[in-house]
Design a protein around this ligand. Structure first.
Ligand code: SF4
Ligand code: SF4
Length: 89
């Protein structure tokens, strides 16, 4: 079986955005949707808990620069507890 990998012809010209993650821990309800759906695996559940008793997400150590500002985390968060801003590069 032949497998064709699709590579955009202008891949080298494309700029990959960078994002910075912001969290409002007291809003989080620990559903982990943002953790599971982040395509770059930037987030993980922290050991800390908020006032409601939920473990909120944190940045995986060493992955602080890997967010691509896709905003999936913000889109899926039911509590509007997480968002990203683009970092100028
Ligand atoms: S914006 Fe995208 S890459 Fe960045 S933390 Fe959210 S889901 Fe992950
Ligand atoms: S999606 Fe929102 S509520 Fe769920 S764990 Fe992430 S920040 Fe918390």
């Amino acid at each position: 079986m032949r497998v064709f990998a699709r590579t955009p012809i202008d891949l080298a010209e494309q700029r990959v955005p960078r994002g910075r993650v912001y969290l409002i821990p007291e809003r989080c309800k620990g559903c982990k949707l943002c953790v599971v759906l982040c395509p770059r695996k930037v987030l993980q559940e922290s050991r800390e808990i908020n006032a409601k008793g939920y473990h909120f997400p944190e940045i995986v150590q060493g992955k602080g620069e890997e967010c691509v500002h896709c905003e999936f985390c913000a889109m899926v968060c039911p509590e509007f507890a997480i968002f990203t801003l683009e970092v100028p590069t």
